[in-house]
Ligand binder design. Structure first.
Ligand SMILES: Nc1ncnc2c1ncn2[C@@H]1O[C@H](COP(=O)(O)OP(=O)(O)O)[C@@H](O)[C@H]1O
Ligand SMILES: [Mg+2]
Length: 365
């Protein structure tokens, strides 16, 4: 294998137990140099534990981590050349911004002049040049988080790890720091692994997303692939804003599917896809933005009853009852009246079919 093709960070069959609890189950992941990978999953699925194992703050129960072709087994955290930024910025409150950023360099006993240059560069990178003499308390939350980033970048890390870096910021700031971090990545190109439970953050910032649940990686791919071709119903129902509706369908006859108490006769090509697997039971994933509201008796439409709608600015999210199951649809224009029956016409190409038992997507191209 050529050096260029070798992964920069290689995680192989990593497991982690706390007492009897297996928190990470056989995690393998290869990350090329310069990539920005997000570990995305619900709270408690093991994201931070995996990040701590990479950083050397926790030891794995099994498996290995390699960085730049070198095993990190037994290498202490401070010798890994890995920058870590946590949700709480953890700046030293009694030290100036300059001193905070220089901290990691002093730990490495870097000569003063060289350290001063590095600190200046790092603060420029996060657009805080000129803030060096301030105290952290004189900065906004977003600026403090950028100081924490500068502190990790000043050591010129081989790897940058970000654990929920935006969680402590308010909604407006979160969106602007999101763009700041992404632009910083474009400029610096540091290989980055970011942990987040927020799918919008993961999808908008990273070029590769690893969706995790219960200590496993369910899917690894570009944001587009994760969104368009979720590997399981969990991924489909987790990703997207709002995520896909997942509804159970029971086959009643060739080309006829029961959703709760309403029969659906999908248009021919979709019906053929649904019949192809010889299942009597499917989970159908429908993206709210890929369904049109039509007349209740339109051929090929699902019949549903309007429950409520939310104004989103630029559109509405309509919540409907589909024979006892919930489904959401994005609609432009006026909201249909609560209690009325409407037809729902899914964009056939965007309909996702999952195995009702295993949750695995049935069509894999
Ligand atoms: N030091 C620890 N001792 C025992 N259990 C832990 C420890 N750290 C984490 N856990 C447990 O491991 C699971 C995963 O935690 P964590 O990696 O922090 O999840 P996430 O970052 O995805 O929210 C949780 O159930 C958590 O309670
Ligand atoms: Mg965490």
């Amino acid at each position: 294998m050529s050096a260029a093709a070798a992964p920069h960070l290689k995680i192989e069959q990593v497991t982690k137990r706390f007492g009897e609890t297996e928190v990470l189950k056989d995690i393998s992941l290869s990350i090329p140099k310069g990539a920005f990978v997000a570990l995305l999953g619900p709270s408690g699925c093991g994201k931070s534990t995996l990040l701590k194992i990479i950083a050397g703050l926790e030891a794995p129960s099994g498996g290995s981590v390699h960085l730049g072709g070198q095993s990190l087994d037994g290498v202490p955290a401070y010798k890994r050349d890995i920058g870590v930024v946590f949700q709480s910025y953890a700046l030293f409150p009694h030290m100036t911004v300059n001193d905070n950023v220089r901290f990691g360099l002093d730990m490495r006993a870097m000569p003063k002049a060289e350290a001063a240059t590095r600190v200046g560069e790092a603060l420029e990178l996060v657009k805080l040049g000129g803030y060096g003499e301030r105290m952290p308390s004189e900065l906004s939350g977003g600026q403090q988080q950028r100081v924490a980033l500068a502190r990790s970048l000043a050591i010129r890390p081989r790897l940058l790890l970000l654990d929920e870096p935006l969680s402590n910021l308010d909604a407006v700031l979160r969106k602007s720091v999101r763009v700041d971090i992404r632009e910083l990545h474009e400029r610096v190109g540091a290989t980055t692994v970011m942990v987040t439970h927020d799918q919008e953050e993961a999808m908008s910032m990273a070029d590769t997303v690893a969706v995790m649940a219960e200590g496993r990686i369910l899917q690894l791919g570009t944001p587009e692939a994760i969104y368009e071709r979720p590997a399981t119903r969990f991924v489909g129902g987790f990703v997207g804003n709002p995520p896909a509706s997942l509804v159970r369908a029971l086959k009643r006859f060739e080309g006829g599917w029961l959703f709760g108490d309403t029969i659906w006769r999908p248009e021919d090509r979709l019906a053929a896809r649904m019949d192809r697997f010889n299942r009597v039971d499917l989970v159908v994933g429908l993206r709210p933005e890929r369904i049109a509201i039509v007349a209740p008796d339109a051929p090929g439409a699902l019949r549903a009853e309007v429950r409520s709608s939310e104004y989103l600015g630029g559109g509405r999210l309509v919540h409907l009852d589909l024979g006892g199951q919930k489904i959401a649809v994005e609609a432009a224009g006026a909201a249909p009246k609560t209690g009325t029956s409407v037809g729902l016409m899914p964009d056939a190409g965007a309909v996702m079919l999952f195995d009702a038992e295993t949750g695995v997507r049935l069509e894999r191209e």
